[in-house]
Write a protein that binds this ligand. Sequence first.
Ligand code: F6P
Length: 536
Amino acid sequence: MAADRSSSPAASPATFVRCDEAPAWRALQAHYAQTGRSFDLRQAFTHDAGRFANFSQRAPHLFADVSKGLIDAASQALLFDLARQCALPAQRDAMFRGEAINTTEDRAVLHYLLRYPASGAQWEPAGLQGLSEQRAQVQATLDAMLDYAERVRADAAYTDIVHIGIGGSDLGPQMAVRALAPYTSSRRRLHFVSNVDGHELDGVLRDLDPARTLFLIASKTFTTLETMTNAHSARAWFEARGGVDVARHFVALTSNVDAARAFGITTTFGFWDWVGGRYSLWSAIGLPIAIAVGAHHFRELLAGAHAMDAHFATAPLEANLPVRLALLDVWYRNFHGLSTRCITAYHSGLARLPAHLQQLEMESNGKRVDRAGRELPFATAPVLWGEPGTNGQHAYFQMIHQGSDVVPVEFIAVREASHELPGHQAQLLANVLAQGQALMQGRPDAAGHRHFPGNRPSTLLLLDRLDPASLGALVALQEHRVFCSGALWGINSFDQWGVELGKVLAQDIGQRLETGDARGLDASTAGLLEIVRSRT
Ligand code: F6P
């Protein structure tokens, strides 16, 4: 039974109850059919004076309001039952103590260790003593990496840093460097190159001086096609433009030190197979963040994430923000049938956050079989998308207000501006509050084209300011939320086999582009191959 498994420290992830096998799942189905389907937010506020207080909470570095969600006390209680019956706390604890919960790759999932401080930790997970070797490696690498970052910052010879990486080796650092721009110095430019499309690298290299440029080659595996292609082209450019001392101008952030050495790189900052790519911005992959904002602020980023880790590890389910958000996600996805979530950050520094969250959620939970390989009879990861507010208001918000699909919106707002331009911040904040209000209230009395149905759900995550600690907490919150929904769905959130097939076929087609051999191809691909070849 669920209770027994949840209390067993040795329970294997494969034995946990999947959400649809839990009694609460059927209770939720009945509740949805009876009242959930016809739930009305406006009436909910009218009938419950305490709704805002009951459906909002503080968590480290942020405030969350889910009171404009399609949820009431009864559905929330059943969702907490679901979490308990699926042994969510035990699943979380199995991750924290280093069990190989990434079963298809037989790996532990320990990115929280990357931000677990050497001293002054806010909580101690059971089993931490067994991870002392990993902790020592983390601290040694962090110290060395931050020391190097400070040396780069002090070295006036470097005017440009080019970070080459893709996926988790790009999205997190790129997002964070942009978000923390007020903490950076304008003396140094940071460029991010990810796409194998040469336009990207070419556009960056065009204005650079090899003698003043530092390349960071970021790849966990050091085999990824895009990154290796860009890295080789960067080195060729460097040498062709008279650059000397590859070892000084190229640094590797990788767990494959041998491959980096074979490339000619001697300065390498490593990480480990228990750090998934999309969870790696806290590791050596975060070097561009550290170069941008300095060691002190990088440690604050880690501290903010650690505070959220401690909250996730210790807060009761009912006050545990990652758990509450994940339960709402499951409620929307599996009962309301909502297939997307819009992330709209009312801070232009967070413009790359949706891209980072896309990989986090969709690469983690975009799966259709459970841990045991059984096909799932329910939907999993939603499509995440979004642009910063207020820009999104003038693009896709029409559809969110009046379109035929209901799209839950996650607003992210920041109370204090990090600029001093008068007037802007009040307008920005007025807009984010107004959008949530408009989605909920609608204009039900208006007719025809002017009718807004309302009753459209949104969540607001509010930071006091966009500083390193709150950014760390915000991102860790999202990581844990994805963990929770994946755990309830019974899937392995930490592999990504779905990206493999395209990579293999691209290799095959790459060879065919050279030879023109179309044998065995489908008619469409063969026809396109011919057209592409005739134009090259
Ligand atoms: O696209 C798949 C993937 O493996 C991601 O999970 C990863 O973040 C990205 O490629 C980059 O991988 P690497 O860091 O090994 O170059």
